[in-house]
Design a protein around this ligand. Structure first.
Ligand code: FES
Ligand code: FES
Length: 169
């Protein structure tokens, strides 16, 4: 076998894929072109804009900074795997309601970062949310709707989990 070609096995959104890839193939291109998961968008291809963010083993990563071969044996989640087909997660629902979707180009990456962020920060401050979002460069302006959507999601989750409605401070 050509030593520049490797067979990798990954689980993406719960489904197993066994594919032969070139060493130089980026994870972002692998997801879009080999797996047909075009929800992952590619902007800068330099790790700057955040559009290509997916999760590898639960952590948000720039898929344009990884080679597909590096994810052999790993578990990947893309925006297609956030919710069941035909439904939305509360975060996605709130992006829609709070006008956080914008033109949609950066939205998948922002959702994947935020999903990881909210698992690690149950009660983030607005400042912490904005810091997390600073990893995403978007030209649609007004991150305002996105911040509101994230804050609404946090508030609803805490009301759900705490019947005494002890909100984040
Ligand atoms: S395309 Fe990966 S960070 Fe911009
Ligand atoms: S969502 Fe439109 S450019 Fe970022």
């Amino acid at each position: 076998m050509d030593h520049h070609v490797h067979t990798i096995e990954v689980k993406i959104n719960g489904k197993k894929y066994r594919e032969t890839v070139e060493s130089r193939l980026l994870l972002s291109d692998f997801l879009r072109e080999n797996c047909g998961l075009t929800g992952t968008h590619v902007g800068c291809e330099h790790g700057v804009c955040g559009a290509c963010t997916v999760q590898v083993n639960g952590s948000a990563v720039r898929s344009c900074l990884l080679f597909a071969v590096q994810t052999d044996g790993q578990e990947i989640k893309t925006v297609e795997g956030l919710a069941q087909p035909g439904s939305l997660t509360p975060l996605q629902q709130n992006f829609s309601e709070c006008h956080g979707l914008q033109c949609g180009f950066c939205t998948p990456g922002i959702l994947m970062s935020t999903d990881d962020f909210l698992r690690q920060h149950a009660c983030p401050s607005t400042k912490e949310i904005k810091e997390m979002l600073s990893g995403h460069l978007c030209r649609c302006t007004g991150y305002d709707g996105i911040v509101k959507a994230i804050e609404k999601t946090v508030k609803e989750k805490n009301v759900d989990e705490d019947k005494e409605m002890k909100l984040c401070t």
